[in-house]
Structures are given as C-alpha cells and as structure tokens.
Design a protein around this ligand. Sequence first.
Ligand code: HPA
Length: 280
Amino acid sequence: MSERIKNTASFIRSKTEDFAPEAGIILGTGLGGLVEKIDVRYALDYHEIPDFPVSTVEGHRGRLIFGLLGGRRVVAMQGRFHYYEGYTPQEIVFPVRVLTRLGIRYLFVSNAAGGVNPGFRPGDLMVITDHINFIPNPLIGRNMADFGPRFPDMCRAYDPELIALADGIAGETGISLRHGCYVGLTGPSFETPKEYGFCRIIGGDAVGMSTTPEVIAAAHCGLRIFAVSIITNLGIEGKQASHEEVQTEGAKAEKRMTELFARMLAALPGHTGKACGEEA
Ligand code: HPA
C-alpha cells in the first residue's frame, strides 16, 4: 500500500508541477460547489489517477482540484468514497494518505448528516467536536509506521484550535454554528426511528455515512482536522430522509460553509516542514 501511495503522489506531482497544497478539503454529498470559489490551477479526474477509487454516488463529481482558496494552496476532493459503495476502509482513506504525501498539514472535511439533537434544524452547520464510529476502522491491518503510530490518540482528533478559530469567525460574520458529535454508520439505508433514537442516546448530535474513516486515517497521519456537518434532515421526528432532500438542503447551506472554510484558511499560520510519510 505504501508503494502505491508513493506512486500515486508522484503521478499527481508530475501533473501539477509540484503544486504543494497546504490543506486538503473533502467535500460531501451535494457540497461540490465550494470548488467554484477556488482559483483553480489544476484539475484531475479520479479515473485518470493511478489507483484512485472512482466515486459512484449521485452528487459526487470525482475530481481532485488544486488551487487557491482564502489565499492558500488547497487540494479539494470533489467526491469521496463510502463504505456502502463497496470500498474497503483502506481504499476509502487512500486519498487522505496520498494528500498527506503531497504535503498537506490540514484537512477540512464536510458532510451531509441527519440531525438527532432535538435543537437542530435542517440547514444548520455543525462543527464536529467528537465522533462515534461504527464503520470498520481503516487502520486495521499492518500499521503503516511511516504515516503514524499503531495506536493513535483520538482525544484531540478534531483540532480544538481550529474549532476556536471557526467560532471566532462565526462571531465576526454572523454565521451560526452548532457543535456536536457525529455518529458514523455504514448506510446505505437511512436509519430506522429507533436507530436515530439510539444515536441520540449514545451521545450523538448528527448521524451520517462518511467522515469517520477519513478522520481516523488523518489523525493517524498527524493532520490537523476540521470537520463540519450540514444538517440536511432531522432524524428524531421519525421522518425518513431522502437523497433529494439531503442534496437540496446541502446546497442551501454550502455558501456559509464555503465562506467559513475560506476565512479559516486565510487565518491559518504559514506552511513549514516536510510532508508526513515522507523520508527525511
Ligand atoms: N442518516 C444518515 N446519513 C445521512 C442522513 C441521515 O439521516 N442525512 C444525510 N446523510
């Protein structure tokens, strides 16, 4: 796997004239519109990148976009990979490791999620402060020691300083932010009323079918992570979600999320040092 990651990273470097991104951005279902705000320098379709999985879900474009957002060099994944599509957990996180090899220090993640906190409303932005993961762990198997330790700490996986930065920007701009715990389930079926209730009882505020594998792999790599859920539907009312509703509500909240990400990027400290997983 390590060899494949290296080869894919080398291929991407060769196609992007060594554009060294400082931050990676993973865009969730229906949230690919953020790329319109990127001053694009290079775009690669997933299917032209060796060993990259190809996204199969409606609303996921399947492109890697390199450019400037908030004045910083970013690489955005327009389209991500889910366990329910049949990918292994290791395949799902392959791009995170490739981006790490390209030199990113920060990972911004977005997703669409069902709210199980009774105070939430569709369209709310929830900063993820913790998660509860039910998707098979991508670190199972031999440890990739050149990326990180066998037993990575997850206590500060969602970077407290980045959360504080987001809260400060929210205060200045009037963007309203919730905080909460994301429950990662496999899907693809939406939850039953009792399953939504279960997610709430165990301490969740939102539930979705992505994010936790990528965050675990990113924490293993030592990346600084910031993640946001767009609450597209409410699980607690026993009202079932639909993919259309998820896409419509996601698109409405996307502007605020894009502004938040761009302002946070602009406020990040400068880029230093070598990429994680890279030989000295
Ligand atoms: N459940 C799981 N995933 C989701 C939901 C939901 O209600 N809404 C958007 N993604």
